[in-house]
Design a protein around this ligand. Structure first.
Ligand code: NDP
Length: 445
């Protein structure tokens, strides 16, 4: 960590992600000197390859813009690199390295043969017309296409990259290469996508919560639930919470958040989907549409987010990294929250995690709880290579089985290495072991 802190002092998110994993590995390295001899720790924190490129594009008024594009191939020892593309103005190398590093462990946990990668751009799709987004996606792919392939690297969506962006990028890839290949997941059903892929991350985070609750002799049925974000992950988290009889009462976006004490039901959820996916509006409109709900603007300079101070049983942070800090975790605990399942990547900071640990909150870290998205992406790759399409029920059943398995393996690893019921340590260890063994087997490369 000292070496990394010096070398990458400007990459705070990356250092945080590594710092979250290293303490879990101490007892593992004690038991496996071969990992130390093979320099696994030193190697696993260095990406195998980082690609950075210029993305030049023209807006509707003919003005030229330049953004930075990235793709990180972090670790390919157990399969082709796999991980999303994020389009958001906050994207930089440190953010993408944190996401790609987490992805290595997450992908390993799914039990499927996929390595870890991540990419994206500091392009902001918000407020851009469809034509502008299309031109940007085409410009982005006009470089990326050289570096990806069904057996090399298969990107997917993330913040700011949904079905629309995947479609535009896929079209450009196909034109440039004259090949119809499974080089992106999250594709439309008409051109090689998988049923349940859009739902997978949110559904998976709720399945994971269900497993944690059951293992503790509890249930999320009738539980009041806080959800942050209002994008892909938040929407399908809410949908699955409703399926299981829970009561989601909040959503948010980067401007503010909604509290609806009566609960967000299916009709309101359909309205949110239309607002965010079709009209591309702000959640503030929800309060005008549904009486009894309130809108609160987010104060970015505040040290806590009042969304997490709403009284609830369970929390599903599903927006972005470091959105749930120590004081937020304390507010949740003070109000009786007993379960947190992370749909977002690294939403809880280390202080928040300590609070959950101290108070015995059932805590599902993102790399385990949100692995359903990449798991179904891997199922999309299998279907694409077989030129087959599995039914909704089949994919959903596989997703559920994978989430159960991740929970079981993380819990078992935590126990085996002396971390009790701590799923963060357990997920880190279970994800690490498969990658470390593969790296040892493949020699010093
Ligand atoms: P979307 O772009 O669909 O939605 C993101 C949501 O989070 C939006 O409501 C957005 O608000 C909000 N948000 C984004 N950045 C910020 C910020 N800095 N502060 C406050 N709110 C913010 O993305 P996804 O739902 O796909 O991703 C959400 C999280 O889930 C991310 O952490 C992502 O890495 C993670 N994840 C996603 C997977 C997937 O399959 N999509 C898989 C695994 C993890 P606004 O509308 O204002 O932009």
């Amino acid at each position: 960590m000292e070496d990394l802190n010096t070398r990458y002092s400007t990459e705070g998110d990356f250092l945080q992600a590594v710092g979250e994993v290293v303490p879990s590995l101490v007892p593992v390295l004690d038991r496996h000197p071969e990992f130390i001899e093979a320099g696994i720790l030193e190697r696993i924190v260095e990406p195998e390859r980082i690609l950075q490129f210029r993305v030049s594009w023209m807006d509707d008024d003919g003005k030229v813009h330049v953004n930075r594009g990235y793709r990180i191939n972090f670790n390919g020892s157990i399969g082709p690199y796999k991980g999303g593309l994020r389009f958001h103005p906050s994207v930089n190398l440190g953010v993408l390295k944190f996401l790609a590093f987490e992805q290595v462990f997450k992908n390993s946990l799914t039990g499927l043969p996929i390595g870890g990668g991540k990419g994206g751009s500091d392009f902001d799709p918000r407020g851009r017309t469809d034509a502008e987004v299309m031109r940007f996606c085409q410009a982005f792919m006009s470089e990326l296409y050289r570096h990806i392939g069904p057996d090399t690297d298969v990107p997917a969506g993330d913040i700011g990259v949904g079905g629309r962006e995947i479609g535009y990028m896929f079209g450009m890839y196909r034109k440039l290469t004259n090949t119809f290949a499974g080089i992106l997941t999250g594709r439309g059903m008409e051109y090689g996508g998988s049923l349940i892929r859009p739902e997978a991350t949110g559904y998976g985070a709720v399945y994971f919560a269900d497993e944690m609750a059951k293992a503790a002799g509890k249930t999320i049925e009738d539980a009041t639930c806080l959800v942050s974000g209002s994008g892909n992950v938040a929407q399908y988290t809410i949908e699955k919470l409703l399926d299981l009889g829970a009561r989601p009462v909040t959503v948010s976006d980067s401007s503010g958040w909604i509290h609806d004490p009566a609960g967000i039901d299916r009709e309101k959820l359909a309205w949110i989907k239309d607002l965010k996916n079709v009209r591309r509006g702000r959640v503030s409109e929800y309060a005008q549409q549904f009486s009894g709900s309130t809108y609160h603007e987010t104060d970015r300079s505040a040290s806590s987010n009042p969304l997490w101070a709403v009284k609830a049983d369970c929390a599903f942070p599903s927006a972005t990294q470091n959105e749930l800090l120590g004081p937020d975790a304390q507010n949740l605990v003070n109000n009786g929250c007993w379960l947190v399942s992370e749909g977002a990547n690294m939403p809880t900071d280390p202080n928040g995690q300590s609070v959950f640990r101290e108070h015995g909150v059932l805590y599902g870290p993102g790399k385990a709880a949100n692995a359903g998205g990449v798991a179904v992406s891997a199922l999309e790759m299998s279907q694409a290579s077989q030129r087959l399409s599995w039914s909704r029920e089949e994919v959903d059943a596989r997703l559920r089985g994978i989430m159960q398995n991740i929970h079981r393996e993380s819990a078992a690893a935590a126990k085996e290495y002396g971390f009790g019921n701590d799923l963060l340590h357990g997920a880190n260890i279970a994800g690490f072991l498969k990658v470390a063994r593969s790296m040892v087997a493949q020699g010093v490369v």
